[in-house]
Design a protein around this ligand. Structure first.
Ligand code: CAA
Ligand code: NAD
Length: 278
């Protein structure tokens, strides 16, 4: 199977890495060589950490040799499965899928790693709704077990079967759900992160106390503010907006502080500052 990944950010790099680790040939596309270089660097660092601990059956160089980085979407024409991991914006993703629907060979499956955008709407844009699916990896991809598989309204059983089997070949555990705003993962996770941000805004406690209470008290690996910084505050805001719009309940209203931080360019780990400095 030839694997394609669009977007070489934190998620795209991780998806390309696990696909190459599983032995697939991988093509990674992004808009500019600087973004591709950053993605390659992310993969190199992660592989080096795994190699040091003896967790790789091959050298990092052997694994990386299966990955081709390109700015040309046409280079993905022969892919059997293309996973999109670009910015969490419905219009931008739909535009990309309109192009991919024309470029990728007719038997190819198109998947989105979107955190919340309706799979059915992206499937329509692609012009191949039966061969379209949500393949939602968790961050950091090389370490996290889950792939949330989201069936769009017209996703075929065959597409769901191939994608589920592929997730297993990537060493992941696929769990399937239907196409509702935020799916299962972010419908449940994101309101908690939003509420933690609201607690900062209202002065319920300091940042470290909020994170510490949730980390130590609930046995979460990261406090909610640390996790929001890790995900990216722009992505968190986009997801809250999809939940608010899609479910129509004010309990999903994005915290004004979250909105303000994104407006200020404080996006978390990826921009160097969010609730904490990196
Ligand atoms: N690649 C390879 N190895 C990595 C790595 C990476 N990207 N990141 C961390 N590691 C390794 C570290 O080297 C370390 O190894 P050792 O234990 O052998 O030293 C180990 O993983 C643990 O790392 P750290 O000590 O740095 O930190 P940690 O113990 O806190 O673990 C974590 C890191 C696994 C990320 C953990 O904090 C965690 O599980 N956090 C929560 C992550 C989470 O909730 N993800 C889901 C986000 S929501 C989402 O993804 C969906 C969405 O749509 C927004
Ligand atoms: P990111 O900002 O780290 O990376 C996005 C990448 O996409 C960038 O390299 C950017 O240059 C590239 N890009 C943007 N528009 C493009 C286009 N039209 N064509 C090609 N490349 C383009 O973002 P991320 O955190 O990797 O998130 C990517 C997707 O994965 C989003 O849909 C997000 O919701 C989802 N997701 C994120 C997380 C997370 O924790 N961050 C977890 C699961 C899913």
């Amino acid at each position: 199977m030839i694997f394609g990944v669009i977007g070489a950010g934190q998620m795209g790099a991780g998806i390309a890495q696990v696909a190459a680790q599983a032995g697939f040939e991988v093509f990674v596309q992004d808009m500019a060589t600087e973004f591709l270089a950053r993605g390659e660097n992310t993969i190199e660092k992660s592989l080096a950490r795994l190699h040091e601990k003896g967790k790789l059956p091959e050298t990092p160089a052997d694994i990386l040799s299966r990955v081709t980085f390109t700015t040309e979407l046409n280079d993905l024409a022969h892919c059997d499965l293309v996973v999109e991991a670009i910015v969490e914006n419905e219009a931008v993703k739909a535009e990309l899928f309109r192009s991919l629907g024309r470029i990728v060979k007719p038997s190819g499956i198109l998947a989105s790693n979107t955190s919340s955008i309706p799979i059915t709407a992206l499937a329509s844009a692609s012009g191949r709704a039966e061969q379209f699916i949500g393949m939602h990896f968790m961050n950091p991809v090389p370490l996290m077990q889950l792939v949330e598989v989201i069936r769009g309204h017209q996703t075929s059983d065959e597409t769901a079967r191939i994608v589920t089997e592929t997730a297993v070949r990537l060493g992941k555990t696929p769990l399937t759900c239907n196409d509702f705003p935020g799916f299962v993962s972010n419908r449940i996770l994101m309101p908690m992160l939003n509420e933690a941000i609201q607690c900062v805004m209202e002065g319920v406690a300091g940042k470290e106390a909020i994170d510490g209470i949730m980390k130590l008290g609930m046995n979460h690996p990261m406090g909610p503010l640390t996790l929001a910084d890790f995900i990216g505050l722009d992505t968190c805001l986009s997801i809250m907006e999809v939940l608010h719009r899609g479910l129509g309940d004010d309990k999903y209203r994005p915290s004004p502080l979250l909105r303000k931080m994104v407006q200020a360019g404080l996006l978390g780990r990826k921009s160097g500052e969010g609730f904490y400095k990196y």
